[in-house]
Design a protein. Structure first.
Lengths: 415, 415
């Protein structure tokens, strides 16, 4: 099937999402079936509004630099597509764009909500008889997508968190009069990133003394007691806590602090301030200084510390999506299946989007200690292959280089 | 003069302070005059309490690993020594320790307050006729020590800030509906670290749109207007702000937020929360989402991103301190004098401690824009040689290796 390929990025950025874009673009250039390579700016929003650029107008060197550029170089959005049975308008508009630009391959890179979009678009194309291969490329720092061993983006944030928690712990132990340090880590519904904070402690005995993930109910009194016990023994206590921890009634701990939480456009609660609330609580109840550190967007943007396997896998997922689309795959996401951990081996397999969209893969019980305040050594088998190896980074004037794209807008009337 | 060398670390840790310790220890081993190499744990506090370890009992590999280990591997303190004319007791105690351990070389590694300690100890030794070479090794992320071009510790935090602000800016521009991001950066009295946030914008046009240093009075209304102007033009505004910004009356902006500020043992105001106050202010007055990011201790502990010149210079300052002490220097700090920026060349020169203690080197006016919201390109000549080049890092299991010391306590009665 001859036609244009249209690619876009969606959801929160990661350290390696642009490596997937690089994989899509460099692979697409190899296939004569693909007549043009286009990219929507700001996700599906840009696609719908004709904010579409021509990737063949970009310099090869800048495309190559995508591999080490954090953020979403094409821009992103958080648009949730409606059910087309209830609101067909955006789908009709999308098919118009596809027709106008001759799009026969639609590759969308994102997390749970983006895979839901892929799934809906694929089904709608089928419904109206528009021939288009729709393939999803996984992306999420949260690592909570179903049907894949892990997600591109996760290995790099995990490597950053493991390294940074180790550095924080080294710093926190410098003064004799100890203190508590509460580090807040991303991961709304799944504790994968927070669990990676346990790595330096599990490996070397110095890192996060306590780790709290959102999969288990958080009890404030038990937490206070656990911090006290560490402080009594070591003077210093480093705590890693997920932004999404909830109490046994399902109330977010971030809501304890007051009225800071509010709803975003996905109806997820917007989180934050857990670490400040807990640090104040520890100061009050343990009589110890407590420092709150929210690693915020820094953790997902730290491409200077990307994991080598993560960057390569992000690239490969993009390239595989193109190969499978050209070979007739549709309504699938490229998933990674782990063949073995030692030696580490991954296979790329198209997975049915019907089983992925809106499912959340939580951190399994087997990795969480019985008292719900730590991570078991078994987690190392899973995580180490994902964080081992440092992706090479080109620097200029002391800082990592980043892609600068020309972003030449396509005028389809000239085609 | 034959005798033991005693070394200790003081003040806040840095990414390279342990590289100085490595320089001291490896150089000291070359000099037959130095009969023993000792180190006090937790700074002068450990020295006074006989909490002193034997460095010759440590493995060479672990001493070498000090080069890439952040924090203070020997522990630190923030003790301010009194005027010995008013309170002689701690000085008498110190001389007793020196005699007991046969100390004839005292090398102390720290910032302003530690150089003040060196100065007082050197003078007191002379006063009571105890022969001991006292040499200071500079250390401070703040870069505010007088009589030196820059301080070990600064280049690495500057490299981390320049890289991280670039990564934050890339991330912040991803969504079409812009927002403000307020990044709070260390530097109580001097804007050197905050100024390094200007580097990516000056080099590549993407980084901090606005930079506020403590050397200039901060005006909240002018700030609001400046953020508005950037938002109107670019949708997104990234602000770098020093923790120590003050208004025209000398009141810390962090105090605007309420009663968060309090005094620490040095009578400096303990800062924090500037970024949260400013982010709330922008949300209220510009109608834009604003995110606050406090880089906290993460910035000074990021040895994984150390600058190659910073790590080498930290090492050399330690080694030079030993050489000069052995050659009869006393009451001096090893300073760095810049011979040229291109090619970059530094000379190590002993500087009189009488002129260093308690002086603060501010960011000069020539680097600050007239509207006090940015940094001029002239700053690049100064900063680039300090951040260029990436110090090599040994990793194990995906995270950087760090020194583990045996810390064998010396029993002087066995000597």
């Amino acid at each position: 099937m001859k036609g244009a390929l249209l690619f876009a990025q969606s959801g929160g950025p990661t350290a390696v999402i642009n490596s997937s874009a690089c994989g899509v673009f460099q692979e697409a250039k190899k296939h004569p079936e693909i007549t043009n390579i286009y990219a929507g700016l700001y996700g599906i929003d840009g696609v719908l509004s004709g904010n579409i650029i021509d990737i063949n107008k970009e310099d090869d060197e800048q495309i190559e630099l995508l591999k080490q550029t954090p953020s979403s170089a094409l821009g992103s959005c958080r648009k949730k597509m409606p059910d087309y049975k209830k609101d067909e308008a955006p789908y009709k508009a999308l098919i118009e764009v596809f027709k106008k630009y001759g799009v026969r391959y639609f590759i969308y890179n994102g997390g749970n909500d983006s895979m839901d979009t892929c799934n809906k678009v694929a089904k709608y194309c089928k419904l109206v008889g528009y021939e288009c291969a729709v393939v999803g490329v996984p992306k999420t720092v949260d690592n909570d997508l179903a049907s894949t061993d892990h997600c591109p983006g996760f290995g790099s944030v995990a490597k950053y968190i493991a390294t940074t928690i180790h550095e924080i712990a080294l710093d926190a132990h410098v003064f004799k009069n100890g203190r508590a340090v509460i580090v807040e880590i991303m991961g709304r519904d799944a504790g994968w990133i927070t669990a990676s904070a346990a790595v330096p402690e599990l490996l070397n005995g110095l890192g996060a003394d306590l780790v709290y993930v959102p999969e288990k109910p958080f009890d404030l009194d038990k937490f206070t007691q656990q911090v006290k016990e560490v402080l009594d023994k070591n003077y210093t206590c480093v705590v890693a806590v997920s932004e999404g921890i909830k109490d046994k009634d399902g109330k977010y701990i971030s809501e304890y602090a007051g009225d800071n939480s509010h709803k975003d456009s996905f109806n997820h609660v917007q989180l934050g301030d857990v670490c400040f609330f807990l640090a104040n609580h520890i100061t009050k109840h343990c009589g110890t200084k407590a420092r709150a550190i929210e690693l915020s967007i820094v953790q997902r943007a730290a491409a200077h510390l990307a994991s080598v396997s993560d960057r390569e896998e992000a690239y490969n997922c993009g390239a595989e999506a193109v190969k499978h689309a050209v070979n007739g795959a549709n309504n699938v996401m490229i998933s990674m299946q782990r063949v073995s951990s030692n030696p580490y081996k991954i296979e790329y397999v198209p997975a049915d989007l019907d089983h992925i969209a809106n499912a959340v893969k939580e951190l399994p019980d087997e990795y969480i200690t019985e008292d719900c305040s730590g991570i078991k050594p078994a987690f190392l088998d899973y995580i180490l292959p994902l964080i081992e190896g440092e992706a090479p980074v080109q620097y200029k004037n002391g800082i990592p280089r980043a892609t600068v794209l020309k972003k030449v807008i396509v005028n389809p009337d000239n085609n």
